[in-house]
Design a protein around this ligand. Structure first.
Ligand SMILES: [Mn+2]
Length: 449
């Protein structure tokens, strides 16, 4: 169960209920449990919107918020208690637990959804529900609406308007409150410490997956159940693959290593990228690329404050990156023309950052509905992660730069005045990194048997 105070979930539901109003009803469904192979499954990752509203984490769950209903406003359909199933697959709270421990006003076994849920829709004007996630459930919703429309002897009872439920809840999730920020700070701290450990225990000859194991061991020691996303440990040319996660190679003495890893703590994500040389000393070429990215990141952090928007941050980063690429001998021409042609995309193909929260690429629109970019506001959490990647195969690049990939990523939260950098203490300057890499010996801690 969440360590977040149950009142926080109650407050979120109350907020959502306020926003949708008494004429409406909202349905949220859990994502399905995915098969990993044959009859085994991936560990279940609860659906973020349901986590946000309830903290409840089981598959097959349906949450209904029906403001002003005579029996309450928070209803759940959950997996029923089942002695045999629980003996095999684990304990279930069942409907009773959903009421007692998660605060549902009423809860039923999920198999009762066809009997009970249409009643919760009856008489409402607007249904908040997201079509397209689960075609089977979509068909059920359609059937219930039709049944309500054709009900005899009663006034038309089916909601006439269907609104995407994400619009409203994702807007809420975009602004983090103090209790969430505390968890995000903790997720950032644990993630930062894990990067530091990887730097300390790195040495030529170690495998990428060993560094991954050190990082993920640290995550779990601190109560994280999952990494927030598959950890990226790329040495040498592997660092130029943006979402590399084979992590099987042996680290060579001359490699620069890129690690992009963050823990998920109480379902809040950390997301940090750091790069460091396996030998403990940057080569001149690695140093040049690294220092360029570091300065680009510093400039972005210096200007990231409320009132700015992601498009401005991105454009400025593209311009600075273009200038750096010219200085490094990777592009030729004028900054204006190269920016216009988007020539930087060959070496910086991604965005400067993304929202961060319960999902690592968190929800919430970056633009207003009219297409204009929305300004950053206090409580919004963003990653800032410029990069330059020069694949080994790039014959147009100076030979000494090929096979170097650098990304530097911090997690920030906007405050009324500027921002708080949650991951600033993770070693980042060339001196700080060179001081720490290779200072510990993993074999003395965990000898290979
Ligand atoms: Mn990221």
């Amino acid at each position: 169960m969440y360590s977040l105070d149950p009142d926080i979930f109650a407050q979120r539901r109350a907020d959502l209920i306020d926003r949708i109003g008494e004429e409406s009803v909202a349905i949220f469904t859990a994502s399905p449990h995915q098969t990993r192979s044959k009859d085994t499954r991936f560990p279940y990752r609860p659906s973020s919107d349901i986590l946000y509203l309830t903290g409840f984490r089981e598959p097959e769950t349906v949450v209904v918020l029906a403001p002003g209903h005579e029996d309450g406003d928070f209803f759940m359909f959950v997996r029923p208690r089942d002695e045999d199933a629980e003996r095999w697959d684990g304990r279930r709270p069942g409907p009773e637990g959903a009421c007692d421990d998660w605060g549902a006003d009423q809860a039923w076994p999920v198999d009762d959804v066809d009997d009970k849920l249409p009643e919760l829709l009856a008489g409402r004007d607007t249904l908040y529900y997201t079509l397209g996630n689960d075609s089977e459930f979509d068909a059920r919703v359609t059937r219930w609406l039709n049944e309500l429309r054709h009900r005899r002897g009663k006034p038309p009872a089916a909601p006439e308007k269907l609104v995407d439920a994400r619009d409203i809840i994702h807007e809420m999730r975009l602004r983090k409150r103090p209790a969430e920020l505390e968890l995000m700070r903790e997720a950032a701290d644990v993630s930062a410490q894990a990067h530091e450990l990887a730097m300390k225990y790195c040495r030529p000859g170690i495998r990428e997956y060993e560094l991954q194991a050190i990082i993920e061991y640290h995550f779990q020691r601190h109560g994280s159940e999952f990494p927030a996303y598959p950890s990226i440990v790329g040495s040498g040319d592997n660092a130029t693959i943006l979402h590399y996660n084979e992590n099987r190679d042996t680290i060579e003495p001359d490699d620069l290593i890129l690690i992009d890893a963050g823990c998920e703590l109480e379902f809040y994500a950390g997301d940090i990228t750091r790069c460091f040389p396996a030998s403990g000393e940057f080569s001149p070429a690695q140093r040049d690329v690294y220092q360029s990215v570091l300065e680009i990141q510093k400039a972005a952090l210096d200007e990231a404050e409320p009132g700015m928007n992601l498009d401005e941050l991105q454009s400025n980063c593209e311009r600075r990156t273009t200038r750096a690429l010219i200085d490094l001998g990777l592009l030729e021409g004028s900054v204006d023309e190269l920016v216009e042609e988007e020539a930087f995309k060959q070496y910086f193909p991604h965005k400067i950052g993304h929202w961060l929260g319960i999902d690592v690429h968190d929800v919430g629109p970056y633009r207003h509905t009219d297409g204009s970019w929305r300004s950053f506001e206090a409580g919004m959490a963003l990653t800032v992660e410029p990069g330059i990647y020069i694949p080994e195969s790039d014959e147009s690049a100076p030979a000494e730069l090929r096979g170097i990939g650098v990304r530097i990523e911090d997690d920030i939260v906007f405050t009324s005045q500027g921002h708080e950098n949650l991951t600033d203490h993770c070693p980042k300057s060339i001196d700080a990194i060179e001081d720490i890499v290779g200072t510990e010996d993993i074999d003395s801690v965990l000898p290979v048997q």
